[in-house]
Design a protein around this ligand. Structure first.
Ligand code: ADP
Ligand code: MG
Length: 317
């Protein structure tokens, strides 16, 4: 199978989107951006051995490569429309490609996004997906915008995906709790509906990819304010508690990325609107004047894990 055949066979499904004028097959895609909308663009790369363990199934890799990108669009409150895919793979293995395409197209179909182009190279397994979406002029949810007094919320149960990754890497015995956690790592749910609901409600938003404390610190820096995190409010995970100690659970919850839940701030007068949302969201703290994130347990100050994931962090010496 040559490169042309590979693209034709695995990455040329028709999307049915009317805004794709030219998709896969030409030098570049031609896309209709409706007047009055702003284009929202993001790209994320996942690398075997860094973002997912070697041995992860092709279907799960295909799903995850897109999910982490859709999550960025969700965090902006935007509508995803199109993706491009840069795939570098060591060999043109038909069953791997079939699985990968199945995982990717499954999630793409669910959210009505079209694969409109890409690039294919031979080399170590690296997958980049670029996602393009749109939003009404000026309505994007930014990291900047939080104000002292705003409540801080997280969606879902942060930490479960990091716990799942730890289980994947430890060859631990599988039970229903561990199956749930591993699935949360392999199949993160991009919170697109929640992002839409947050337009005009949240004052700031981002997705949690590097860990709750690290990402909240980034949101605070962008908003020029600080945060108080009330640890007793963090959502409880029965499956995490079934498999891990209290200290491990706290570490996963505060420092584990990979869940792709949304972290957002809400002015008090908008809080009642959250009860209508279809994803459970938990208030975990409050924006305060100053800078940095302070952790509290039943009102007592408590040390927080310092940093989440950072590719370029120097090793401690
Ligand atoms: P060029 O040399 O003009 O970049 P390529 O041979 O790289 O063309 O790609 C041919 C067509 O296939 C282009 O439309 C490109 O966007 C698309 N394409 C290449 N690889 C992929 C891929 N992995 N997924 C989707 N589309 C792809
Ligand atoms: Mg090319």
């Amino acid at each position: 199978m040559n490169e042309f055949e590979l693209i034709k066979r695995y990455f040329s499904r028709a999307s049915g989107r009317a805004d794709v004028v030219v998709g896969v097959g030409d030098d570049a895609a031609v896309l209709d951006v409706p007047p009055g909308l702003q284009l929202v663009a993001a790209v994320d790369t996942i690398i075997e051995g860094i973002h997912f363990p070697a041995g992860t199934s092709a279907v799960d890799i295909g799903y995850r490569a897109l999910a982490v990108n859709l999550s960025d669009i969700a965090a902006m409150g935007a509508e995803p429309r199109w993706i491009t895919l840069s795939l570098t793979t060591p060999r043109a293995d038909a069953s791997w490609l079939e699985g990968f395409a199945a995982g990717l197209y499954e999630l793409a179909a669910r959210h009505d996004v079209a694969l409109v182009g890409g690039d294919t190279c031979k080399g170590p397994l690296v997958i980049s997906v670029q996602v393009l979406g749109t939003i009404e002029y000026g309505r994007a949810l930014l990291r900047a915008g939080a104000r002292p007094g705003d409540a801080i919320y997280v969606s879902g149960v942060p930490g479960e995906a990091a716990a799942g990754l730890a289980l994947l890497q430890s060859n631990a015995e599988r039970d229903s709790a561990s199956e749930h956690l591993v699935r949360r790592f392999l199949r993160p749910e991009p919170r697109l509906n929640l992002g839409r609901s947050l337009r005009g409600v949240a004052s700031a938003a981002m997705d949690i990819s590097d860990g709750l404390v690290t990402d909240l610190t980034k949101l605070c820096a962008a908003s020029h304010c600080g945060a108080r995190l009330d640890l007793e409010r963090l959502p409880l995970s029965t499956p995490m508690h079934a498999r891990f100690t209290e200290a491990q659970v706290r570490h996963f919850t505060l420092a584990g990325g990979d869940d792709y839940e949304l972290l957002f701030t809400v002015p008090r007068e908008h809080e009642p609107q959250l009860s209508a949302f279809d994803v459970p969201c938990t208030r975990v703290g409050e924006i305060v004047a100053g800078d940095g994130v302070g952790g509290f347990l039943h009102g007592e100050k408590i040390a927080l894990p310092s940093a989440g994931f950072d590719h370029f962090r120097e090793e401690d010496t």
